[in-house]
Ligand binder design. Sequence first.
Ligand code: NAD
Ligand code: TYD
Length: 338
Amino acid sequence: MKLLITGGAGFIGSNYVHLVLEEHPEDSITVIDKLTYAGNPANLEDVQDRISFVHGDIADADVVNDLVAGVDAVVNFAAESHVDRSLENSDDFIRTNVQGTKTLLKAALDRAGCRYLQVSTDEVYGAVLTGHSRETDALDPRSPYSAAKAGGDLLVRSYFSSYGLDAVITRGANTIGPHQYPEKVVPLFVTNAIDGEPLPIYGDGQAVRDYVYVRDHCEAIDLVLRKGRAGEIYNVGASRELNTIDVSDRVLDLLGKPRTLKRLVTDRPGHDRRYSVDWTKIRELGWTPRHSVDETFDRTVRWYETHQPWWRSIKSGDFAVFYERWYGQRLASARAGE
Ligand code: NAD
Ligand code: TYD
């Protein structure tokens, strides 16, 4: 199969490129990535001779049309992906997650027989205080990030319903593992802890997320790409619900760092209290996470311990400016986390 993988220089996309090269060496891969602050060519350095890489924007129809004309499937990872940044300014979120998705959909429709997979998120369901979100549930996104992702999902649905595009959607839970930009909670906490810096925990630290290992998430996406039924949505979860205090304790314990590094800081505006999906449907398709919650955290923490140049170059660059802007005042007025 000839694949166009968008956002392949980012966290999950680059892990997916590696999975395809290992599991389907007969496939050919073209990556398009805008290389935003979250995109990193180093994530593909070891496989650069085995893929074709295009530095481009998924909202640029001229580039996208040419690329999609030569492939059998599009797997769309490209997105603005960080909730806190979307609260500061959502312009790029709308452009990439909505307009970019529409540009890819149109190109896929023009390419007869092309399959389209949209990599989406459980955040489109909004906070669920009890029970588990099912694929048929109404969308109730509550951050500009998740609202833009929901807009993309609805466009995908419309291209299936209106034009019969062979489209599928995955909605994944919080994903962790190698190559994740350290603005998401786990790599932020791990890298801060390694340096003995405080771990900023929003609000009371009781917000709950379900954590999936990135390789497992990529296997789920690959299964849906190859076996998923057109027009269907598949939730990807692991049923392990951890609050932020649990996450920080796990990270600190794995690194042998003191729990006194925890700080309770002013909450994120509109912070969703809990996400949890029902993933029966993808289990029935043949997927289950292969990594336990302990393996998931252990592998992630060890990777950051052993790949310090990768994240130190990020944290000493533009990220430092964002960190000071977002956390400076929060940490100055923080309370001890225990
Ligand atoms: P990421 O921010 O690490 O990577 C996103 C990539 O997309 C980057 O390489 C970036 O340069 C690229 N990109 C951004 N705008 C682009 C544009 N206009 N054109 C081309 N490339 C562009 O994100 P991630 O964590 O790898 O997430 C990948 C996808 O998975 C996203 O769609 C996200 O919504 C979804 N998702 C993420 C998680 C998670 O926990 N990280 C969970 C569920 C779903
Ligand atoms: P995050 O990694 O931003 O993912 P999500 O998109 O699910 O919000 O955050 C995961 C959880 O960790 C979420 O409940 C918010 C919390 N969190 C903190 O408490 N402190 C932080 O500095 C960050 C980034 C997140």
